[in-house]
Ligand binder design. Structure first.
Ligand SMILES: [Zn+2]
Length: 298
């Protein structure tokens, strides 16, 4: 016959084993789980590259988010555009977009005169210039109804493509330059060297994503005039553009350069006259026009 206190202890012991022990084990496992979850989160987002967004201020699409933004996404919050979707997909159309990179230059007026005489509007993807006379040429191009887009401020590939921060810093300067000279904030851009080039081959997807996230549309080209190449002649430029346009299905975006070369000045009028007589139409680019090229390499 055991004592009453023995049974008391037995019952208490049973309660401990059946109820309290599993609860304690549960608590320990929960704490361990929380610790592992935090370690996993830290691995997915390195802490020094993440800031928590306080608001949706940088969302051109209007999406309200409470997820972390990458630190560079917080740079230059006013460097953005309002993109509401493409209104025009010109696939199949005989539309040509003449584009001139790298200006303004001492030769801009010559190009503008040729375009004005033929009532053709083109697009100038410009760099930053701290030259008052050149800035006047940029204002003339904008004033005459040509499209104006960004093409980086410095055009120095090794700087622009060395980091996302440098890319944004340079393009933001380009954005402010165009806005202050023309009074209109640019909405389109052309990457120096195109959206995929040997300088950005390891991070072009991030660059493109960031440009699009800020509401800008970028335009590559599907016809190259070859005017910036050594040995280019007036005839070679005419042939490159006319043959290239003939090979295009849909809108042709023609790459040329505003760098004062007489060969291009000699070719431009012939190119326009020839293609106009074949029923082609010339227009300036704006962000309502769907770019024909958004292709990543395999
Ligand atoms: Zn360029």
């Amino acid at each position: 016959m055991r004592s009453v206190s023995f049974y008391k202890r037995l019952i208490l012991g049973a309660v401990f084993v059946i109820v309290l022990l599993p609860s304690i084990v549960c608590g320990i496992l929960l704490a361990k789980n929380e610790l592992l979850r935090r370690q996993l989160a830290a691995l997915a987002f390195p802490s020094d590259d993440v800031v928590v967004a306080g608001s949706s201020q940088l969302e051109p699409t209007g999406i309200v988010r409470d997820k972390p933004l990458l630190s560079y996404q917080m740079l230059y919050p006013d460097f953005k555009s309002s993109f509401f979707g493409f209104k025009e997909d010109l696939a199949g159309d005989k539309t040509i977009f003449l584009t001139f990179d790298d200006g303004p230059s001492p030769g801009t007026d010559k190009l503008l005169d040729i375009l004005r005489k033929r009532e053709v509007k083109a697009t100038f993807f410009v760099n930053g210039k701290s030259n008052r006379l050149l800035n006047e040429k940029l204002r003339r191009a904008a004033g005459e109804g040509h499209g104006i887009g960004m093409h980086s401020y410095s055009h120095r590939y090794n700087v622009i493509y060395s980091s996302m921060e440098n890319f944004l810093d340079d393009f933001y300067r380009n954005y402010l330059y165009i806005k202050s000279e023309t009074g209109v904030a640019p909405e389109i851009l052309r990457f120096p060297g195109g959206s995929i080039n040997i300088f950005n081959v390891s991070d072009y997807q991030a660059l493109i994503a960031e440009v699009l996230r800020r509401g800008f549309i970028y335009y590559d080209w599907n016809v190259s005039a070859g005017d910036a190449m050594a040995g280019a002649t007036t005839q070679s430029i005419v042939d490159n553009v006319v043959n290239g346009v003939h090979l295009c299905w849909g809108p042709a975006i023609v790459l040329m350069h505003d760098n004062g070369k007489p060969e291009l000045q000699g070719a431009l009028g012939t190119i326009i006259d020839r293609l106009k007589s074949e029923g082609y139409e010339f227009r300036p680019l704006d962000n309502s026009i769907k770019p024909p090229m958004f292709i990543y390499p395999d």
